[in-house]
Design a protein around this ligand. Structure first.
Ligand code: CLF
Ligand code: SF4
Length: 303
């Protein structure tokens, strides 16, 4: 990419690497600023092509971007796949060392599969050296896992907030699946089954996976370690535990947040199991730049 000054991708001792992946995915991981803290001079761009969501988290206000991978209370402008390519072209000239293209909403990447697929194809064709990163709630993961590999996805985040449907029911209101709206414990169970089945499929594939966990005080904060243990058994080596930030207009709007110290303690307790992310910036679905140095106000001018 233009004026490449970022990670040289040669640190083969990095705790962010995972054995069994191809050298291409390993090299792209070393140049991915979310998956490798040392790659802080590398930039990523989110292309907001995925408006719909197929589940309803009780902490989500649909006016805003998906909170499972985004800063709450922010709305991104939508792009068509063609416009997304033009946006990438533009920022490839403006931003040094743009090594990752991500789709993180504003809804769910796999609930908008045709748009996601088209965008990935356009970017892959023109920029084969770029890591392709998706974020999903995992409901459609078993259905699309094989196709994701064929498409050339290198990095995938699944957000899993419970591995017990009794806890999941407190977090998820409903899912829309196979043409039906399903609520309550049954919804949480189907979502969980699909997340775990999807991860099991990905274990056999050359895709670097991360699991995001939204920790909610008094709801699933004491359960986070169980989630990490479960996903570790399915081959996941990297988790990003974030604190819920309550949003107005949701069931959790007045919910007490975890303190920084409480969040750190949860991450530390899980560090013995898998590598922890401490540098997440809870980006918006149209973020662009190095982590924490977004150029999103500029971006909105052209989208
Ligand atoms: Fe985007 Fe997520 Fe890919 Fe990164 S973000 S889809 S893995 S390219 Fe990164 Fe942003 Fe945290 Fe996400 S800092 S919110 S972890
Ligand atoms: Fe909202 Fe994201 Fe949950 Fe969908 S997956 S309901 S967009 S927080």
């Amino acid at each position: 990419m233009r004026n490449c000054r970022g990670c040289d991708g040669k640190n083969t001792d990095s705790p962010y690497l995972k054995s069994g992946l191809s050298s291409e995915v390993q090299q792209k991981t070393l140049k991915h600023p979310c998956y490798n803290k040392e790659a802080h001079d590398n930039a990523r761009i989110h292309l907001p092509v995925a408006p719909k969501c197929n589940i309803k988290c009780k902490f989500c206000n649909r006016k805003f971007d998906c909170q499972n991978e985004s800063r709450p209370g922010v709305t991104s402008n939508l792009l068509t796949p063609q416009k997304a390519l033009e946006t990438f072209d533009y920022y490839n000239e403006q931003v040094d060392n743009l090594t990752v293209m991500g789709i993180a909403g504003p809804g769910d990447a796999l609930a908008n599969f045709n748009k996601t697929k088209k965008t990935v194809e356009l970017i892959k064709e023109k920029y084969p050296e770029v890591a392709i990163c998706l974020s999903t709630n995992g409901l459609m993961l078993p259905i699309y896992a094989k196709e994701l590999k064929e498409l050339g996805i290198t990095h995938l985040t699944v957000t899993i907030n419970a591995v017990d449907p009794d806890i999941g029911e407190k977090i998820y209101d409903s899912i829309y699946y196979n043409g039906k709206l399903i609520t309550g414990r049954n919804a949480a169970k189907i979502l969980l089954d699909n997340q775990l089945e999807g991860l099991a499929k990905l274990k056999e594939m050359d895709i670097m996976c991360k699991v995001n966990i939204v920790a909610i005080k008094g709801v699933n904060d004491g359960h986070v370690k169980e989630i990490v243990k479960k996903v570790k058994s399915l081959g996941v080596t990297f988790t990003n535990i974030m604190s819920l930030i309550p949003v107005a207009g949701t069931e959790f709007e007045n919910h007490e947040k975890l303190t920084e110290g409480e969040l750190k303690a949860i991450r530390k307790s899980c560090e013995k199991l898998v590598t922890q992310m401490y540098h997440c910036r809870q980006c918006r679905a149209d973020a662009v730049g190095k982590l924490g140095e977004d150029k999103d106000s500029e971006k909105r001018k052209i989208s």
